[in-house]
Design a protein. Sequence first.
Length: 219
Amino acid sequence: MTTILHHVPGARSFRILWLLQEMGITPEIRTYAIQDGSLRHPDFLAKSPAGRIPALEIDGEVIYESGAITEYLCETRPEFGFGRAPGHPERIPFLEMMHYAETIGHLIGGLNLQWIFLRNPEDRSDTVCKLDARRLQGAIAPIEALLGRQDYMLAGGFSAADTMMGFTLTSSQRYVRFDRFPNILAYLDRMAARPGHRAAKALDGPSNLPARDFYEVGA
Ligand SMILES: N[C@@H](CCC(=O)N[C@@H](CS)C(=O)NCC(=O)O)C(=O)O
Protein backbone atom coordinates (compact mmCIF):
# COMPACT_ATOMS: atom_id res chain seq x y z
CA MET A 1 0.00 0.00 0.00
CA THR A 2 1.29 3.49 -0.91
CA THR A 3 0.14 6.24 1.44
CA ILE A 4 1.02 9.90 0.87
CA LEU A 5 0.00 12.60 3.34
CA HIS A 6 -0.08 16.22 2.19
CA HIS A 7 0.93 18.02 5.32
CA VAL A 8 1.71 21.31 7.02
CA PRO A 9 3.60 20.82 10.31
CA GLY A 10 1.37 21.59 13.31
CA ALA A 11 -1.77 21.95 11.16
CA ARG A 12 -4.92 19.83 10.74
CA SER A 13 -3.01 17.16 8.82
CA PHE A 14 -1.54 16.22 12.22
CA ARG A 15 -4.92 14.60 12.95
CA ILE A 16 -4.29 12.16 10.12
CA LEU A 17 -0.63 11.61 10.89
CA TRP A 18 -1.58 10.74 14.48
CA LEU A 19 -4.42 8.39 13.47
CA LEU A 20 -2.18 6.66 10.92
CA GLN A 21 0.51 6.18 13.57
CA GLU A 22 -2.10 4.74 15.96
CA MET A 23 -2.78 2.24 13.16
CA GLY A 24 0.91 1.53 12.60
CA ILE A 25 0.92 3.17 9.16
CA THR A 26 3.77 5.53 8.26
CA PRO A 27 2.91 7.62 5.22
CA GLU A 28 5.22 9.34 2.80
CA ILE A 29 4.91 13.00 3.83
CA ARG A 30 4.78 15.94 1.38
CA THR A 31 5.28 19.14 3.34
CA TYR A 32 3.83 22.56 2.42
CA ALA A 33 3.68 26.01 4.01
CA ILE A 34 0.38 27.93 4.13
CA GLN A 35 1.97 31.31 3.47
CA ASP A 36 4.20 30.47 0.47
CA GLY A 37 1.47 29.77 -2.12
CA SER A 38 2.37 26.07 -2.50
CA LEU A 39 -1.19 25.02 -1.58
CA ARG A 40 -2.48 27.03 -4.57
CA HIS A 41 -0.34 25.21 -7.14
CA PRO A 42 -2.56 23.56 -9.78
CA ASP A 43 -1.05 20.14 -9.00
CA PHE A 44 -2.18 20.44 -5.40
CA LEU A 45 -5.56 21.98 -6.28
CA ALA A 46 -6.21 18.89 -8.39
CA LYS A 47 -5.98 16.88 -5.16
CA SER A 48 -7.70 19.30 -2.75
CA PRO A 49 -9.90 21.81 -4.59
CA ALA A 50 -9.91 24.51 -1.90
CA GLY A 51 -6.13 24.23 -1.54
CA ARG A 52 -6.36 22.90 2.01
CA ILE A 53 -4.48 20.26 3.90
CA PRO A 54 -4.83 17.47 4.79
CA ALA A 55 -5.17 15.42 1.66
CA LEU A 56 -4.34 11.73 1.80
CA GLU A 57 -3.49 9.50 -1.15
CA ILE A 58 -3.98 5.76 -0.73
CA ASP A 59 -2.80 3.73 -3.71
CA GLY A 60 -3.41 6.71 -6.00
CA GLU A 61 -6.89 7.60 -4.67
CA VAL A 62 -7.04 11.06 -3.07
CA ILE A 63 -9.26 12.05 -0.13
CA TYR A 64 -9.46 15.56 1.34
CA GLU A 65 -11.18 16.91 4.51
CA SER A 66 -9.72 15.60 7.75
CA GLY A 67 -13.11 14.31 8.99
CA ALA A 68 -13.76 12.40 5.77
CA ILE A 69 -10.25 10.92 5.79
CA THR A 70 -10.65 9.93 9.43
CA GLU A 71 -14.01 8.25 8.88
CA TYR A 72 -12.68 6.46 5.79
CA LEU A 73 -9.61 5.14 7.63
CA CYS A 74 -11.80 3.91 10.50
CA GLU A 75 -14.30 2.23 8.17
CA THR A 76 -11.66 0.51 6.08
CA ARG A 77 -9.64 -0.59 9.12
CA PRO A 78 -12.30 -1.62 11.67
CA GLU A 79 -9.86 -3.97 13.40
CA PHE A 80 -8.38 -1.00 15.32
CA GLY A 81 -11.74 -0.07 16.87
CA PHE A 82 -11.19 3.68 16.37
CA GLY A 83 -14.56 4.32 14.66
CA ARG A 84 -18.15 3.78 15.76
CA ALA A 85 -20.11 2.20 12.92
CA PRO A 86 -23.85 2.76 12.32
CA GLY A 87 -25.79 0.89 15.01
CA HIS A 88 -23.03 1.22 17.61
CA PRO A 89 -24.34 2.72 20.89
CA GLU A 90 -21.69 5.47 20.66
CA ARG A 91 -22.39 6.29 17.02
CA ILE A 92 -24.09 9.62 17.78
CA PRO A 93 -21.48 11.01 20.23
CA PHE A 94 -18.77 9.78 17.84
CA LEU A 95 -20.21 11.80 14.95
CA GLU A 96 -20.90 14.78 17.21
CA MET A 97 -17.32 14.95 18.49
CA MET A 98 -15.81 14.38 15.02
CA HIS A 99 -17.70 17.38 13.69
CA TYR A 100 -17.56 19.50 16.85
CA ALA A 101 -13.79 19.45 16.33
CA GLU A 102 -14.40 21.58 13.23
CA THR A 103 -16.82 23.94 15.03
CA ILE A 104 -13.81 24.74 17.20
CA GLY A 105 -11.36 24.43 14.29
CA HIS A 106 -13.02 27.08 12.14
CA LEU A 107 -12.83 29.58 15.02
CA ILE A 108 -9.09 28.90 15.33
CA GLY A 109 -8.77 29.31 11.54
CA GLY A 110 -10.42 32.74 11.72
CA LEU A 111 -8.13 33.84 14.52
CA ASN A 112 -5.11 32.50 12.63
CA LEU A 113 -6.14 34.62 9.67
CA GLN A 114 -6.38 37.73 11.86
CA TRP A 115 -3.16 37.19 13.84
CA ILE A 116 -0.82 35.22 11.58
CA PHE A 117 -1.74 35.55 7.92
CA LEU A 118 -2.86 39.17 7.39
CA ARG A 119 -0.14 40.94 5.45
CA ASN A 120 -1.01 44.28 7.04
CA PRO A 121 -1.62 44.03 10.82
CA GLU A 122 -3.60 47.29 10.64
CA ASP A 123 -6.32 45.34 8.84
CA ARG A 124 -6.88 43.23 11.96
CA SER A 125 -10.26 43.73 13.63
CA ASP A 126 -10.08 43.87 17.44
CA THR A 127 -13.83 43.32 17.58
CA VAL A 128 -13.74 40.14 15.47
CA CYS A 129 -10.67 38.88 17.37
CA LYS A 130 -12.37 39.37 20.74
CA LEU A 131 -15.67 37.88 19.59
CA ASP A 132 -14.02 34.82 18.06
CA ALA A 133 -11.79 34.25 21.10
CA ARG A 134 -14.89 34.38 23.34
CA ARG A 135 -16.76 32.04 21.01
CA LEU A 136 -13.75 29.71 21.03
CA GLN A 137 -13.65 29.66 24.82
CA GLY A 138 -17.42 29.06 24.90
CA ALA A 139 -17.12 26.13 22.49
CA ILE A 140 -14.32 24.55 24.55
CA ALA A 141 -16.09 24.84 27.94
CA PRO A 142 -18.47 21.89 27.29
CA ILE A 143 -15.44 19.68 26.54
CA GLU A 144 -14.01 20.57 29.96
CA ALA A 145 -17.29 19.41 31.52
CA LEU A 146 -17.31 16.23 29.41
CA LEU A 147 -13.77 15.34 30.51
CA GLY A 148 -14.85 15.71 34.13
CA ARG A 149 -17.05 12.65 33.52
CA GLN A 150 -14.83 10.50 31.26
CA ASP A 151 -11.22 10.11 30.08
CA TYR A 152 -11.79 10.32 26.32
CA MET A 153 -14.17 12.02 23.93
CA LEU A 154 -16.21 8.83 24.15
CA ALA A 155 -16.96 7.04 27.43
CA GLY A 156 -16.07 3.72 25.76
CA GLY A 157 -12.41 4.64 25.28
CA PHE A 158 -9.93 6.07 22.79
CA SER A 159 -11.28 6.66 19.28
CA ALA A 160 -10.76 8.79 16.19
CA ALA A 161 -12.86 11.45 17.91
CA ASP A 162 -9.75 11.96 20.06
CA THR A 163 -7.39 12.36 17.11
CA MET A 164 -9.79 14.93 15.64
CA MET A 165 -10.45 16.82 18.87
CA GLY A 166 -7.06 16.36 20.55
CA PHE A 167 -5.31 18.29 17.81
CA THR A 168 -7.99 21.00 17.91
CA LEU A 169 -7.72 21.48 21.67
CA THR A 170 -3.93 21.70 21.45
CA SER A 171 -4.19 24.42 18.78
CA SER A 172 -6.78 26.36 20.80
CA GLN A 173 -4.12 27.10 23.39
CA ARG A 174 -2.80 29.81 21.07
CA TYR A 175 -5.85 31.97 21.85
CA VAL A 176 -7.39 30.71 25.11
CA ARG A 177 -5.77 30.37 28.54
CA PHE A 178 -6.18 26.74 29.55
CA ASP A 179 -5.50 27.17 33.28
CA ARG A 180 -9.31 27.38 33.54
CA PHE A 181 -9.60 23.96 31.83
CA PRO A 182 -7.69 21.48 34.08
CA ASN A 183 -9.57 18.42 32.80
CA ILE A 184 -8.56 19.26 29.23
CA LEU A 185 -4.92 19.82 30.26
CA ALA A 186 -4.85 16.39 31.94
CA TYR A 187 -6.49 14.89 28.82
CA LEU A 188 -3.90 16.46 26.53
CA ASP A 189 -1.13 15.03 28.73
CA ARG A 190 -2.75 11.59 28.41
CA MET A 191 -2.96 11.96 24.64
CA ALA A 192 0.64 13.17 24.36
CA ALA A 193 1.82 10.10 26.30
CA ARG A 194 0.33 7.69 23.74
CA PRO A 195 2.98 5.96 21.60
CA GLY A 196 0.99 6.82 18.45
CA HIS A 197 0.96 10.51 19.35
CA ARG A 198 4.68 10.49 20.17
CA ALA A 199 5.49 8.79 16.88
CA ALA A 200 3.35 11.33 14.99
CA LYS A 201 5.09 14.24 16.75
CA ALA A 202 8.44 12.81 15.65
CA LEU A 203 7.23 12.81 12.02
CA ASP A 204 5.38 16.16 12.15
CA GLY A 205 8.42 18.32 11.36
CA PRO A 206 9.35 21.80 12.56
CA SER A 207 6.60 24.40 12.39
CA ASN A 208 6.83 26.76 9.41
CA LEU A 209 3.98 28.96 10.74
CA PRO A 210 5.21 32.41 11.76
CA ALA A 211 3.10 32.18 14.93
CA ARG A 212 3.59 33.05 18.58
CA ASP A 213 2.74 30.45 21.24
CA PHE A 214 0.01 32.67 22.68
CA TYR A 215 -1.97 35.73 21.61
CA GLU A 216 -3.58 37.81 24.35
CA VAL A 217 -6.93 38.49 22.71
CA GLY A 218 -8.75 39.85 25.74
CA ALA A 219 -11.39 37.13 26.09
N1 LIG B 1 -12.41 21.26 7.14
C1 LIG B 1 -11.08 21.09 6.57
C2 LIG B 1 -10.26 22.33 6.84
C3 LIG B 1 -8.87 22.25 6.23
C4 LIG B 1 -8.08 23.51 6.46
O1 LIG B 1 -8.61 24.63 6.49
N2 LIG B 1 -6.74 23.35 6.62
C5 LIG B 1 -5.89 24.51 6.79
C6 LIG B 1 -4.69 24.18 7.65
S1 LIG B 1 -5.10 23.72 9.29
C7 LIG B 1 -5.39 24.94 5.43
O2 LIG B 1 -5.08 24.12 4.60
N3 LIG B 1 -5.29 26.26 5.21
C8 LIG B 1 -4.79 26.78 4.01
C9 LIG B 1 -5.51 28.03 3.60
O3 LIG B 1 -6.46 28.42 4.28
O4 LIG B 1 -5.09 28.59 2.59
C10 LIG B 1 -10.44 19.84 7.15
O5 LIG B 1 -10.75 19.52 8.31
O6 LIG B 1 -9.64 19.19 6.47
